[in-house]
Design a protein around this ligand. Structure first.
Ligand code: NAD
Ligand code: ZN
Length: 231
């Protein structure tokens, strides 16, 4: 399974392609989520992430997250593997009960010092300073993967192993244009996996998949899991 921001959209967390509201409407997320913008203007970037943290902390898993957690549990009873590769940073999959989750883009709840590298969980309320500072004096940033940055090596290794062993691949709520996740479908296909896409709109991989299901993940996924697996 590969999931993207579309899976959390129905939980009230906007994708980067959705227009932003209020204060942030004039900003472009693809410009804010970069190391260059953080270097130039760490205050604006961390204030934006604080706003996103607040949205994520209020969000609850939706029927799409819950269906994936149900499916994993069901497959475990049949001794079949299940790996959830997610580009989401909100940890709603884990909140729904998914266990084998690989965070390809990190998590918004973990903040890393740009000087000494120490990481700390930040679940609480708004920060008191922007950017928040580490005890060593360094600026802290979210431990998420920004545009132009490499994916964590361990996550990429786990993704590679899962794709090697994969016989059924789902791409759900992702625009399928951001590498390297965009090429996962091709790896799975070469390996002989059957492929399914669930998205509100067609994407570059729509012509390639065995089944394309157009619509909302929170509506389609529970139905697919019910019909295909009887759960
Ligand atoms: P993306 O490339 O995954 O695009 C979102 C996709 O979801 C689009 O193709 C859209 O058509 C689809 N979609 C929207 N609502 C849907 C629904 N209800 N059902 C099914 N499909 C739906 O992601 P992005 O927004 O371009 O974000 C880029 C990166 O930013 C992400 O990979 C992630 O690291 C980060 N991000 C994370 C979150 C989160 O954790 N919830 C949200 C936004 C962005
Ligand atoms: Zn530090």
């Amino acid at each position: 399974m590969l999931t993207g921001a579309g899976v959390s959209a129905e939980s009230g967390i906007p994708t980067f392609r959705d227009a932003m509201e209020g204060l942030w409407a004039k900003y472009d997320p693809s410009q804010l989520a970069t190391p260059e913008t953080f270097d130039r203007d760490p205050e604006t970037v961390t204030r934006w992430y604080d706003w996103r943290r607040k949205k994520c902390s209020r969000a609850k898993p939706n029927p799409a997250h819950l269906a994936l957690a149900r499916l994993e549990k069901h497959l475990a009873t049949q001794k079949r593997g299940f790996t959830l590769l997610t580009q989401n940073v909100d940890r709603l999959h884990q909140a729904a009960g998914s266990r084998n989750v690989v965070e390809l883009h990190g998590a918004i709840w973990v903040w890393r010092c740009t000087r000494c590298g120490i990481e700390r969980e930040e679940r609480g309320g708004p920060f008191g300073e922007y950017p928040p500072r580490c005890a060593c004096g360094g600026a802290r940033r979210p431990a998420v993967v920004w545009f132009g940055e490499m994916l964590p090596e361990e996550a990429m290794e786990k993704a590679g192993e899962a794709l090697e062993a994969c016989d059924l691949f789902f791409s759900i709520g992702t625009s399928a244009v951001v590498e390297p996740a965009a090429s996962f479908i091709h790896t799975a296909r070469r390996r002989g996996a059957k492929t399914v896409e669930i998205n509100r709109e067609p994407t570059p991989i729509t012509p390639v998949v065995d089944w394309s299901l157009l619509g909302k993940a929170g509506e389609i996924l529970p139905e697919v899991v019910r019909l295909a697996f009887g759960i």
